[in-house]
Design a binder for this molecule. Structure first.
Ligand code: SF4
Ligand code: SF4
Length: 112
């Protein structure tokens, strides 16, 4: 089954400031309190609005094709990744995390 291709860069999880939907996740500086390095520490239990494919099926599938929805999301990813690194990429661990991301999962299993 086709899945949204997320490289787990963490840029979206570091840019939730002033977004009502993510208010409860913000640790106070616009970074999600569940992000550890570049990895979501509650990945299997993350909120619905963190799940691209599920959100498409539930809310957008009657409005646009999956390809269109993916492209909107990929464009958002591109914009977030292009932000100055200092504005979003300060890891909340002592460990340095490279731009481009990493995942605790193999690429074939990645999803957003
Ligand atoms: S690739 Fe996109 S959805 Fe995945 S972590 Fe990065 S910004 Fe978020
Ligand atoms: S819950 Fe997980 S996927 Fe959602 S914003 Fe936080 S770290 Fe990112």
């Amino acid at each position: 089954m086709e899945r949204f291709e997320c490289d787990m860069c963490g840029a979206c999880c570091r840019n939730i400031k002033n977004i009502e939907l993510f208010k409860e996740l913000d640790r106070g500086d616009g970074i999600c309190k569940y992000l550890v390095g570049n990895v979501c520490s509650i990945y299997d239990d993350r909120p619905l609005y963190c799940r691209v494919d599920e959100c498409y099926e539930l809310f957008f599938s009657t409005q646009m094709s999956k390809e269109e929805f993916y492209n909107i999301n990929y464009e958002s990813c591109r914009i977030l990744k292009a932000l100055p690194r200092a504005s979003w990429a300060a890891p909340n661990t002592e460990e340095e995390v490279p731009i481009g991301g990493r995942s605790s999962r193999p690429p074939a299993e990645r999803e957003a």
